[in-house]
Design a protein around this ligand. Structure first.
Ligand code: R5P
Length: 337
């Protein structure tokens, strides 16, 4: 494996714990303005600092993500069919490798539709994409699509994941299922699990926990984060499982604590906004002291995390990283894939 490819991969799957938290916001490529993702810019902004990488289309990347970000981009390069069209499986490669490089993609993503009418086309496209992307040191994430007519059990997903890996995909995104371990065991490259339709937050945390226990490197989650009423609290709770080795109870507790903090902060800022302007300044000029303290987030007690500081969602009391836990994720053998 070339240095560049290894380097890009390690920005997506963190080498220190072999874990990945990818935020998926690519849904519009076939669903249009998906509920609660109508304005991707607004959705992405508060979540970006809590994910390891962002999965998206080039249109959303160009319009809705600040180019100053350090977060790696996993660029979806397939598409062509819509939710109201004849056949969702009729996808082709829609982005050139040159454009992906211009967008500084850390990985390319495309779907394969095993067992569908367009199985051949999508699987061959994956092989070609891997060949092209590898010549530039860019890894490929294969998405094993599921649909009404496609299965979602371990037998089907094992087939689809293995086929993706055989074509050279460097990561495979699939769904969690019963006997998920079998899917992982028969796939020679890391597996990341999609969140799927919105379910109650605790269930989504359970899914995250189960996926990791079952051998996934992490989650590529979308709707269960940004369709939550509390997306930031939710991604931080998911992060606590993926990177903090929290169990479901601990992560859900974190989620609820963060909601409480959110509502306290809201109340405080509402109070502050209601305060009359008692500025004695004759000319009614803005009070510089007040102005400074409001515009400086560091002086605010509700300190937001800075862009580069990843939050520590470790349920450990002192919020210090638990080194023992980090060394031995989930007491499972480290995934050597
Ligand atoms: C689906 O094909 C898209 O690629 C999504 O990125 C994927 O389904 C993950 O998002 P969600 O967690 O909402 O299922």
């Amino acid at each position: 494996m070339d240095w560049g490819l290894k380097n890009r991969l390690s920005s997506i799957i963190k080498p220190h714990n072999n874990r990945a938290l990818m935020l998926a916001v690519d849904h519009g490529y076939f669903l249009g303005p998906t509920e609660k993702l109508e304005n991707p810019k607004k959705v992405i902004a508060p979540l970006l600092k809590y994910c390891d990488s962002l999965m998206l289309t080039r249109g959303v990347q160009r319009t809705s993500v600040a180019p100053e970000t350090n977060t790696p981009m996993v660029l979806r390069v397939s598409g062509g069919s819509s939710i109201i069209g004849d056949d969702l499986s009729q996808e082709d490669i829609t982005v050139s490798i040159q454009d992906a490089i211009r967008l500084n993609a850390s990985a390319l993503a495309m779907s394969i539709f095993v067992g569908s009418k367009y199985e051949y086309q999508t699987v061959v496209n994956l092989g070609k994409l891997v060949s092209e992307a590898e010549s530039y040191g860019i890894p490929v994430l294969a998405v094993t699509a599921v649909g009404k007519e496609l299965g979602k059990d371990a037998r089907y997903l094992s087939l689809a994941c293995r086929m993706a890996a055989e074509q050279g995909a460097h990561i495979v995104k699939t769904y969690y299922c019963e006997n998920f371990e079998k899917v992982v065991q028969s796939c020679p490259v890391p597996i990341i699990v999609a969140g799927g339709k919105k379910i109650p937050e605790r269930d989504a945390l359970q899914l995250t926990y189960n996926a990791i226990k079952g051998g996934a490197v992490g989650v590529d989650m979308g709707r269960n984060i940004w369709q939550s009423d509390h997306p930031v609290a939710m991604i931080r709770a998911v992060r606590a499982i993926v990177h903090g080795n929290a169990n479901v109870d601990q992560a859900f507790k974190i989620y609820k604590q963060l909601i409480n903090e959110e509502s306290k902060n809201k109340k405080n800022s509402n109070k502050q906004n209601k305060k009359p302007n008692n500025n004695p300044n004759k000319n009614n000029k803005p009070n510089n002291k007040q102005k400074k303290s409001n515009s400086n987030p560091k002086k605010n007690n509700n300190k937001p995390n800075t862009q580069n500081k990843k939050p520590n969602n470790n349920p450990n009391k002192n919020n210090k990283p638990n080194n023992k836990q980090n060394k031995k994720p989930n007491n499972q053998k480290p995934n050597s894939k």
